[in-house]
Ligand binder design. Structure first.
Ligand SMILES: NC(=O)c1ccc[n+]([C@@H]2O[C@H](COP(=O)([O-])OP(=O)(O)OC[C@H]3O[C@@H](n4cnc5c(N)ncnc54)[C@H](OP(=O)(O)O)[C@@H]3O)[C@@H](O)[C@H]2O)c1
Length: 264
């Protein structure tokens, strides 16, 4: 049934359609013959305007959609209002509009780390799972750009700090977007799945790869970061199960393909 609908082309609202992942999802949907409807708080080409923080515009945004990819998030601002309460607003609108698949983008390890943002993502997952809507939840590992940005932040002149005991499985947003489109075409799983990058890299290795690709000469120095959040990362809370589905683009590939990215 879902496959029949997908073959005809799905009309898909993409919340966060202007964000890094959302843009890749919009492109992947288009390439697969579907009709994406990117959502933003600001008007733009082909975008529907809505704000999860206030609820304005959400009802018309979801109208006549087959599916919704929910990738909007406000990690630096107010995740309770946008990610948790905003997801509840979106869920209500989806129910009223009769949306038949809500796919929520989450993060690997949100259930194993006390970081406030992760706790908001976990609460949003629960809103989706208890919504009564047909749903899928895809927990992605950290995007390449985030790992690059962290390496940049940890560089202090001739030194680059590498948190001891931490690792990452950085993934390309294009790989995550392709995984999302496959799940939309397959129909709601009613489950939480993980999706990660092709490699497990220590923080030290990430720093070395980033420094090499950006032609910076710096000594990589291990540093122990205190606190419960760091401890959870040291316990590898952000790493996917070994049998999780994985993308193909390595961090080294991504660094060479993005010489002018925001992590420079
Ligand atoms: N970054 C990572 O490494 C990573 C890893 C795993 C999972 N994820 C998850 O993947 C998703 C996408 O992340 P990203 O890094 O691609 O995001 P991003 O680039 O930071 O973009 C955030 C998006 O959220 C939208 N947004 C923010 N506040 C909003 C509001 N009040 N109402 C409506 N839309 C709002 C923004 O739209 P406008 O500004 O245009 O309104 C923007 O499109 C998030 O759920 C994130 O938790 C991220």
């Amino acid at each position: 049934m879902a496959a029949d609908r997908a073959a005809l082309g799905l009309e898909v609202l993409v919340t966060g359609g202007t964000g890094e992942l959302g843009r890749a999802v919009v492109d992947a949907l288009r390439s697969a013959g579907h009709t994406p409807r990117p959502m933003s708080r600001r008007p733009g080409r082909g975008q529907v305007v809505a704000d999860l923080a206030t609820g304005s515009g959400i009802a018309p945004a979801v109208r006549d959609c087959d599916a919704v990819v929910h990738a909007a998030s406000d990690p630096q601002g107010d995740p309770q209002t946008v990610d948790v309460d905003g997801t509840a607003r979106l869920v209500r609108a989806c129910r009223e509009a009769g949306v038949t698949h809500l796919l929520y983008v989450s993060i690997v390890g949100v259930d194993r780390n006390p970081l406030a943002y992760y706790q908001a993502k976990l609460a949003a997952e629960r809103v989706v799972a208890r919504s009564g809507l047909p749903y899928s939840i895809l927990r992605s590992s950290q995007f390449h750009s985030l790992i690059g940005m962290i390496a940049r932040e940890f560089r202090r002149g001739p030194v680059c700090l590498a948190p001891t005991g931490m690792a990452a499985e950085p993934v390309a947003v294009e790989d995550v977007a392709a995984a999302i489109v496959r799940r939309l075409e397959a129909g709601p799983s009613g489950a939480i799945e993980e999706y990660a990058g092709p490699e497990r890299l220590s923080a030290r290795r990430c720093a070395r790869l980033w420094l090499g690709a950006r032609h910076h000469h710096a000594l990589v120095v291990p540093v122990v970061i205190p606190g419960r959040v760091a401890r959870a990362f040291r316990c590898k809370s952000n790493l996917a199960a070994l049998d999780a589905e994985r993308g193909t683009v390595t961090f080294a590939d991504w660094l060479s393909q993005h010489p002018g990215d925001r992590s420079r």
